[in-house]
Design a protein around this ligand. Sequence first.
Ligand SMILES: C[S@@+](CC[C@H](N)C(=O)[O-])C[C@H]1O[C@@H](n2cnc3c(N)ncnc32)[C@H](O)[C@@H]1O
Length: 385
Amino acid sequence: MSDSLRELLRDSGVLTAEWEKPFEAAPRRLFLPEVMWPSVEGENIVVSKADDPEEWRRWADTDVPIVTQWDDGDHTGPERGTLATSSSSMPSLVFDMFADLSVEDGMRVLEVGTGTGWCAALLSARLGEENVVSVEVDAAVAEAARKALAIAGWHPEVVTGDGLLGHPGRAPYDRMLVTAGVRKVPRAWIEQTRPGGVIVLPWETPYSRHNAVVRLVVGDDGTASGRFRNRTQFMMLRSQRGEWIRYGDYIPGDSWPDDTRRSTTGLPAGEVLGEEYTVFAFVAGLLVPECVHTHGRSPQGTPTLWLYGLGDRSWAAVFFDEDAQVFQGGPRDLWGEVEAAHRWWTERGRPGHTEFGLTVTADGHQKAWLGDPSEPVPRAASAVR
Ligand SMILES: C[S@@+](CC[C@H](N)C(=O)[O-])C[C@H]1O[C@@H](n2cnc3c(N)ncnc32)[C@H](O)[C@@H]1O
């Protein structure tokens, strides 16, 4: 069965010659638990090795992400939990990220987010286990990974700790691979990577749960800069998960507050919710800071967009029916900011993710840019007028 996964990855071009041997030497199934939850079209199903070993093996060898822990381990039993908190990433994505990492023989790599240990095993097979360190925040997950690695015959150093701190004891690293979503790149990662070294991480803004992998190259001046690559959806680093938005904190009661501002919009739903949605959601996240969006349908079936400000109680609700009504409250004009972000994006020919990049400055600020670092992405409010 893994033959067919190998064929699939090879045919799609993600499993390159340099990774074929590691792929053979570190089979994914050796890193998966007896009960696991493969993701099928956005839903997680439960698969138990004891109940159906063939089915379990089939999913282990399928190109899907597989959840291996829920709710930071508080959830037990075969039912799905609330929040997926550890997983084996989708194999094609793993090899895409390895391509971005562009390792060479003898390089030393730090992985943040050991999870099952599969990536650490692949890196060990490619670079030698003495050149691989992996940090995992969850002690039980780290211990399970150590065991699986040992059974598979690999002994990279697995550190239990907060990966935001990196692992200074083995620095400097040539490469750093982060396999959990990041909102703020910590200085420690840049300080522990040698100048010219590469950090590959999935980065996101609060606006959307869709993130994009960014490939940062560390400069001599303490900065790190590079372009976005694939769009992905990774579980977040534990301490950067962000807050849960509670509707009632923004709009108490059953009706709009008295000071609700009402307007209409000319922007069609398809522009912010349609096919281009994930690209625009990514771009909106760059231009509209400190804002979370959700979308769905009203009880009448109207496509609806909700915006919630972080740091204050600004909110907006946009109903994309014939009346195209916008309701807003709080100090920010959140919908105005999103419209301005859309205008800015359209005026520039609707650039995709890979035309944007990110620089982390020596003092820790994150600056997104379009094309090259001299073209910073503005805040939407300043792009409005
Ligand atoms: C998507 S999984 C990693 C997949 C893994 N690379 C593999 O091969 O199976 C993300 C992991 O990051 C871990 N994690 C979350 N926050 C972390 C942090 N601050 N430091 C280290 N690990 C963290 C989670 O516990 C989880 O195991």
